[in-house]
Design a protein around this ligand. Sequence first.
Ligand code: IMP
Ligand code: MG
Length: 182
Amino acid sequence: MDNEVEKPLLSSEEISRRTLEMAHEITRDYQGEDLVAIGVLKGAFVFLADLVRQVELPLEIDFVAVSSYGTDTMSSGVVKIIKDIDLNVTGKHVLLVEDIVDTGLTLKYLMGVLGERGPASVEVCALLNKPEARKVEIDVKYKGFDVPPLFVVGYGLDYAERFRHLPYVGVLKEFEGRNELS
Ligand code: IMP
Ligand code: MG
């Protein structure tokens, strides 16, 4: 099945090097604060697991799930929460952890929803960023890598629920040469 994926766009070594740098920035920025890392399911589960293990601070972890990529929510900009967080974030510093920021609609919505719950702050940490695909402005405080507007898989990212377990990020061969899936 690996032969359906182009050679790594980002190798596992590159990813772990960058993840460590991001974790150091987070450790520096949130000293003495109440930090809650919230992973956006399912894609962020691998990145969140690697990231938080390098953050040298006490922190809480939770997850949120939203309606998935490729539905009509994309064009309408309406995102739905399928699974909400369990923790109370009032007075705490929220760090939303995402696999990739594409149009920005998912994070825009989540930042709005969580922002209404009285957190001390809401920021975003995303492993990947597709600047060309952005539809709404999003301030991504911690950004791993900018990637071209191609459909990428691996390291948590899927295509029809496949490839999430690959330790690297690669471009799906089927979509090579095409500009965008959505
Ligand atoms: P946004 O709301 O358009 O920013 O969408 C973000 C979500 O779409 C991400 O959390 C991913 O789950 C999914 N997504 C966007 N681009 C890709 C990609 O290239 N590969 C896999 N999933 C993607
Ligand atoms: Mg996602």
